[in-house]
Design a protein around this ligand. Structure first.
Ligand code: UDX
Length: 404
């Protein structure tokens, strides 16, 4: 099937590369000319495991362009443009602008919205374009986006005429839910809001553990998670959730509910707690040290989570900013992020640690749990992502560890 993809960020580029590597001829369009140039050179504009390999394998099936007219003979076009918030509300300007362009060249194609949009958006896009609009929200996590696209837990497809889209994803063998556009749109928000609530919940349980000797939130989470009604995933206590989706989507769905006069206060609490998480942990560290002023601190990890170089809504950057405000002298190390002018960034982990008296884990990279822990000797370790084994490393403050 001839497929178009508009918007070549984490979602769009992975969708394009995976579908092309499955033998579909794919045209990827993005308005960012420098991104298109990078892709034409066969390179991915960001770090995502397995993506380069998929792009390389699919080279003969995939073309990249900034020109929407190249989509003219596509049967199905995936819309993967950003949906940021403006004044705490979803901003649909990119969705509408891209849909308008697509309609000019490919009015008979199915227009498939992968971007995260509130219920009612597919209907609006259909009114604007007159096209058959299908909702097919993505559930891909950065860092495992290729895997999540090829082997998702489920595929949600909303709309009246969905057969072509269903056929495209059949290769995954995953359960497919076919429903209304509105259900599909809401499934995405309800899922992300629920996962955000789960994270804030376990972080509050971690706070409770820290007041009870002989407790460890990781053990509590494991014991909870083995109950299949709860599930083990997304019960990892830490610095709170960041990234391009959860912070934005929880705020958007909360303001949507308010507009509808509906109480979504569980989500509001999760947001509020998450917003306070970094200042709360910095205060805990200051209590432990007496003062942060003048202390040499090494922060391990800069991206919003492991296996990505994405810095959007990174808790690590927030903690660095907060530490600096408290007078700390901050250095950082990250396995993939380079070139941030505002941070004293080391390209060698052990040098960064040796130059510091305090070590903070801010991202859960495996590189950190694998380090030779002897380099941590004599350092104050604040394990905010629970990277180290507390039996092997003396921890000054480990999230969710109840000390005697
Ligand atoms: C998320 C959703 O998982 C995905 O389905 C959606 O489509 C896009 O948004 P992503 O933002 O890439 O994916 O990362 P995810 O793995 O969900 O993590 C989000 C944040 O929550 C990260 O900051 C992560 O560190 C944090 N997190 C996650 C926890 O603190 N604890 C957990 O147990 C899980």
């Amino acid at each position: 099937m001839r497929i178009g993809v508009v918007g070549l960020g984490y979602v769009g580029l992975v969708t394009a590369a995976v579908l092309a590597s499955r033998g579909n001829p794919v045209t990827g369009v993005d308005v960012d000319v420098s991104r298109i140039q990078t892709l034409k050179r066969g390179k991915s504009p960001f770090f995502e495991p397995q993506l380069d390999e998929r792009i390389r394998n699919a080279r003969s099936n995939i073309e990249f362009s900034e020109d929407y007219s190249k989509l003219s003979n596509c049967e199905v076009i995936f819309l993967c443009v950003p949906t940021p918030n403006t004044d705490n509300r979803i901003d649909l300007r990119y969705v509408m602008a891209a849909s308008d362009e697509i309609k000019k060249y490919s009015a008979s194609a199915d227009l498939v919205i992968k971007s995260t949009v509130l219920p009612g958006t597919a209907r609006k896009v259909s009114e604007l374009t007159g096209m058959n609009v299908v909702s097919n929200p993505e559930f891909t996590r950065e860092g495992s986006a290729v895997h999540d696209t090829e082997k998702p837990d489920r595929i949600v497809i909303g709309g009246k005429y969905v057969e072509r889209v269903r056929k495209i994803w059949e290769f995954t063998g995953s359960p497919i839910i076919v429903t209304t556009n509105e259900n599909a749109e809401l499934i995405k928000y309800a899922s992300n809001a629920f996962l955000a609530v789960k994270i804030s919940f376990i972080n509050q349980i971690a706070d409770l553990c820290e007041r009870i000797p002989e407790t460890d939130v990781n053990v509590v989470a494991e014991g909870m998670g083995l109950d299949r009604r709860i599930g083990r995933e997304f019960l990892k206590a830490g610095l709170g959730y960041g990234g391009s989706c959860f912070p934005k989507d929880t705020v958007a769905v909360s303001s949507f509910a308010k507009q509808m006069g509906v109480d979504l206060s569980i989500v509001d609490s999760a947001i509020q707690y998450n917003d306070n998480r970094v200042p709360f942990l910095v205060e805990r560290m200051e209590e432990n040290l007496g003062t942060l002023n003048g202390k040499r601190v090494c922060v391990l990890g800069l991206s919003f989570k492991d296996n990505t170089d994405d810095l959007r809504e990174s808790r690590s950057l927030m903690i660095i900013e907060n530490l600096k405000r408290h007078g700390a002298i901050v250095k950082a190390y990250d396995p993939v992020v380079r070139n941030i002018d505002t941070i004293d960034l080391y390209d060698d982990l052990s040098k960064c640690v040796s130059a510091s008296e305090i070590v903070i884990t801010a991202t859960e990279w495996k590189d950190f749990s694998d380090i030779d822990t002897s380099i941590l000797k004599g350092k104050k370790v604040f394990d905010l992502r629970r990277v180290f084994d507390p039996k092997k490393v003396e921890i000054a403050l480990g999230v969710g560890i109840g000390k005697n």
